[in-house]
Design a protein around this ligand. Sequence first.
Ligand code: ADP
Ligand code: VHF
Length: 377
Amino acid sequence: MHGRLPLTAQTHRRLVIKVGSAVLSGPQGRQHQLAIAAQVAALRAEGREVVLVSSGAQATGMQKLGLTEKPKSLPSKRALAAVGQPTLMLLWEQAFSWYDLKVAQILLTAEDLAHRHRYLNARQTLETLLAWGIVPIINENDTVMVEEIKFGDNDQLSALIASLVGADLLILLSDIEALYDADPRTHPEAQPIPYVERVDAEVLRMAGDSPNQVGTGGMKSKLLAAEKAQAAGIPTLLLPGTRPQSIAEALRGEPVGTLFAGGQRRYSGRKLWLYQLPKPQGELVVDAGAARALRQGGASLLPAGILEVRGQFGVGEAVKCLDEQGNLIGVGLVNYSAAELSRIKRRKTRDIEAILGYKNTDEAIHRDYFALASELE
Ligand SMILES: Nc1ncnc2c1ncn2[C@@H]1O[C@H](COP(=O)(O)OP(=O)(O)O)[C@@H](O)[C@H]1O
Ligand SMILES: N[C@@H](CCC(=O)OP(=O)(O)O)C(=O)O
């Protein structure tokens, strides 16, 4: 068995803990919730900071409305989340009040975090709450969810939040003891895996992607979350949320659950955000000079170098930059919309104002908001 070192409050101070729906629903759900609050209070007493990502709005909504089967339609899921979320928060609030801890609710959509400005606002809010000694509790804002652009599930959201707050550790609490070398529902002989150095194709093959009855993501999504965290240099612990004391055990170095190594931090700051978040909404084809400047010089992209604008996008959205041969140069955030860029492409900086009647900036994409394809691999 892989030997584990203690993850102390000095080395692993800031934690993001994600709680799955399966842990909070069912006859034992409330007991688990109370025990998780007790663990979080103990972690804070050790001098650690904790951000919770809590699923369970839809499962709570189901319980309130007496539904036994998860509805399939999106409008029903959105409405269920709206019914369940306030109760979910009330239950957390009560659970933490035993330890004189206050909670705060943060509901986010993928679109929120894909906008750099809103991303930074979310970070600032979280920093302020932590400085005030409050336990932030985050969930996806399911009431407005759009299937194609949702985070996928809270496993992914928690990995993004871990990067956003610069966490030292991500903890995923599920209804299973650990990652097994095969889906234990179909392979009763499957063995737990205590340590994963790197989430690669072989590891991904072990996981089933269908969730339990109330969950959304399944084990595959937990592995993808661990991979996301790994890219940011953050280790992940997968633990049984049905036994919340496993958090304390794992942090003491006991071999419970599965520990995914943090690995080499591949990205940080804006580059990490560009890697993880915005989905490119369009393409800019640039001329040879601009392609060279972007690739070699770390330059900004000026409208003069743009030959063609493809797709519909607004200011602040991500676009791909391609050379004339169609090769991807990188991804960046635009200072002008697609309609504006179509009018000012190939034109000199000094002409922008005359053409549009105003000028946002000289650059179509500023170098600080551009990441080369090689940096995003
Ligand atoms: N290789 C595997 N190891 C462990 N669990 C697995 C594996 N493959 C599939 N699973 C299933 O994944 C489930 C956990 O995912 P999910 O239902 O999304 O939980 P949660 O609600 O905690 O997010 C487990 O209950 C388990 O049945
Ligand atoms: N946002 C949803 C949960 C989505 C989700 O990822 O659920 P789970 O797989 O149980 O962590 C809700 O609150 O019902």
